[in-house]
Design a protein around this ligand. Structure first.
Ligand code: AHR
Length: 318
C-alpha cells in the first residue's frame, strides 16, 4: 500500500512538473542609478517581477550605451524570453535590436524612446509623454509668474536622451506665448545631483550672482535638489527668490517643498516594468500583441500635497 502511495505521488509530481510552465526570464538593461527615480524604477521592477513569478536579470550599464548593447547581446545569447531596455540615448540601437528580432526575442523599452526607421525592431514602449511633462512645467511657471518678467535657467538631462530632448521641447512650447518668460541659459546636468549643483553654480555666477534668475527648470528632481543647494550656498532663497520646477516626484523634492524650497514637480511613475510584464504575459499566454505605446500618467504636484506625497513615495519603493 505504502509503495503504491509513493508511486502515485511520484507520478503525480512528474505530471505536475510537466504541466507547470517554467517561469519567464526577462533580461533588463538598466541605465544605472543616476537619480532617485532611476533607483526606484529598478527596485519596483524587482518587486513587480517577483509578484508575477518572473525571473528578472538586471544589468547596470553605468550610463553607457556600449554597456547596454553588450548586455542585450548577452541576454540574446542566454535565450531569455524578453528583453527590457531603458535606453540611455535615443540613437544607435538598430543593429542590436535587429539581432534580438532575428532571435525572436521581444524587446520592451522602458521610460525612454529610441529613433529607429523600423518600428518592428521593438515590441512596445512603456513611457510617459515627455513633451507633455515639459509643457506642464512651462504652463505652471507662466501661470505662477502671472505676467511678471522671468528669466529661466534650464538644467537639461543626459545629452541625446529622448526625455531630455522632449522635456526641453515641451517646456519651450509651454512658455512660447509668454513674452515675459524666457530661457537665458541651458546646459546638461546629466540627470545627477552633483552635476545639477555644479551647473547651477555656473549659472548663478554668470547671471549677476543669481539676481538675474527668476526660476530654474530642471529636467529631473535630482538636478533640482543639487540646484537648490547651489542657490542656498549663494545666499539666495530657493522657492521664493529663485523658483524651482522639475520632473519626477522623488521624496526629496517633496521634502524641499515642505521647507518652501521647491515649487512644483511633474510626477513620473517609477513603475514602468509592471505594465511591461503584463503585456509580455498576455503576449506569451494568449498571443495578444501589446500596444506599441503604453503611456503612463504625468501629474503636476504642488506644495499643498507635498506631505502626503512624501509619505506615499516612501512606501512605494523609493
Ligand atoms: O528617463 C527618465 C528619467 O531618467 C528620469 O526623469 C530621471 O530622473 C532619470 O534619470
Amino acid at each position: 500500500m505504502y509503495k503504491r502511495l509513493l508511486l502515485t505521488a511520484a507520478i503525480g509530481g512528474v505530471l505536475m512538473g510537466v504541466a507547470q510552465a517554467a517561469p519567464l526570464v526577462v533580461g533588463f538593461s538598466q541605465i544605472g542609478s543616476e537619480s532617485g527615480w532611476r533607483s526606484a524604477e529598478t527596485k519596483v521592477a524587482k518587486q513587480e517581477a517577483e509578484k508575477r513569478g518572473i525571473t528578472l536579470k538586471i544589468a547596470d550599464a553605468q550610463q553607457k550605451q556600449e554597456n547596454q548593447i553588450k548586455a542585450v547581446r548577452s541576454f540574446i545569447a542566454q535565450g531569455v524570453d524578453a528583453i527590457f531596455i531603458a535606453p540611455v540615448v535615443a540613437t544607435g540601437w538598430a543593429p542590436v535590436l535587429q539581432e534580438a528580432k532575428e532571435a525572436k526575442i521581444p524587446v520592451f523599452l522602458l521610460d525612454r524612446m529610441i529613433e529607429v526607421n523600423d518600428p518592428t525592431l521593438y515590441t512596445s514602449v512603456v513611457a510617459s509623454d515627455s513633451v507633455h511633462e515639459g509643457k506642464v512645467a512651462g504652463d505652471w511657471l507662466v501661470k505662477d509668474v502671472a505676467g511678471k518678467p522671468c528669466n529661466v535657467v534650464e538644467l537639461q538631462g543626459t545629452v541625446g536622451a529622448s526625455v531630455a530632448i522632449n522635456r526641453k521641447k515641451g517646456f519651450a512650447e509651454g512658455i512660447a506665448a509668454a513674452e515675459n518668460v524666457k530661457i537665458v541659459r541651458s546646459q546638461s546636468g546629466d540627470f545627477t545631483r552633483s552635476k545639477g549643483k555644479e551647473v547651477m553654480e555656473s549659472f548663478i555666477k554668470a547671471e549677476q550672482n543669481g539676481k538675474n534668475i527668476c526660476a530654474v527648470y530642471s529636467h529631473n528632481d535630482d538636478m533640482a535638489i543639487g540646484a537648490i543647494q547651489a542657490i542656498k550656498e549663494a545666499g539666495l532663497k530657493p522657492g521664493s527668490q529663485i523658483k524651482v520646477v522639475s520632473i519626477d516626484g522623488v521624496p526629496d523634492i517633496f521634502k524641499a517643498m515642505m521647507n518652501g524650497e521647491a515649487n512644483a514637480t511633474v510626477e513620473l511613475t517609477p513603475d514602468m516594468a509592471g505594465p511591461a510584464f503584463d503585456a509580455l504575459l498576455a503576449l506569451k499566454k494568449e498571443g495578444t500583441q501589446p500596444p506599441k505605446f503604453i503611456q503612463t500618467e504625468s501629474k503636476l504636484l504642488l506644495p499643498d500635497t507635498a506631505k502626503q506625497e512624501f509619505e506615499m513615495k516612501k512606501n512605494m519603493g523609493y
